[in-house]
Design a protein around this ligand. Structure first.
Ligand SMILES: Nc1nc2c(ncn2[C@@H]2O[C@H](COP(=O)(O)OP(=O)(O)O)[C@@H](O)[C@H]2O)c(=O)[nH]1
Ligand SMILES: [Mg+2]
Length: 202
């Protein structure tokens, strides 16, 4: 995909602040510090999402519109122990409301850290997405931190813990080494294509 234009069109913690539901959206979810902003920047070819030294900061849903055609949605990261209770409690409803009330949401891309087994919250996140019929590909980040051998081992563990089927996509990426990004774009393009087919069928 050629990225001509990227615009941050909304930053919000509530549905009233969402942009109109007039473009297909692909959301990215994961623990804070998993590498979500880094991956979004790499995908979009610019430093538009803040890469954070202090995790747990993003408490908003950020909508990036690409080529005026679709949006990448950066969901707030979860699982950071040091955020206040009120912030960590608002995270669940904020994400679930988005999943429930977003008719133009195509899929949620789930990010997990390739070094560790997915957490209870990772599993909860993907189960929510499944419940709302929008579970998408899973991305295992920070692949540069492991050997090829370990990568293969850990991918199996991730598949198991998240209960992925053989058909579910699981893609290792490294934002640092810039590997795996083409495969992520391929998945995004497949999702956008499926949306066009849906529209033509209706
Ligand atoms: N080694 C390595 N570090 C990464 C990678 N992606 C992100 N990081 C680092 O992980 C930290 C959190 O990244 P960020 O993109 O802000 O994560 P977010 O909180 O999920 O948005 C930063 O210090 C990044 O530089 C990666 O692929 N490899
Ligand atoms: Mg971030």
């Amino acid at each position: 995909m050629i990225i001509r234009q990227v615009e941050l069109v909304a930053v919000t913690d509530r549905p009233a602040g969402y942009p109109p539901a007039d473009r297909p959206e692909i959301a990215f979810a994961g623990r804070s510090n998993v590498g979500k902003s880094s991956l979004i920047n790499l995908l979009l070819g610019r430093r538009i999402a803040k890469v954070s030294g202090s995790p747990g900061k993003t408490r908003t849903i950020n909508f990036y519109e690409v080529n005026g055609r679709f949006r990448i949605v950066d969901l707030p990261g979860y699982g950071y122990a040091k955020v206040s209770r009120s912030v960590s409690e608002s995270w669940g409803p904020m994400i679930e409301t988005f999943l429930r009330e977003r008719p133009n949401l195509l899929k949620v891309v789930q990010l997990v850290d390739i070094r560790h087994a997915p957490t209870v919250q990772d599993r909860q996140m993907i189960d929510w997405a499944r419940h709302y019929g929008c579970a998408g590909p899973v991305i295992a980040t920070k692949a540069d931190k492991l050997s090829q051998n370990q990568i293969q081992k850990n991918l199996k563990i991730i598949r198991n813990v998240l209960d992925l089927t053989d058909d579910d996509r699981l893609l290792p990426v490294s934002a640092l080494k810039r590997t795996g990004v083409a495969a992520v774009w391929e998945e995004i393009e497949v999702l956008l294509e499926s949306e066009i087919l849906l529209k033509e069928g209706s």
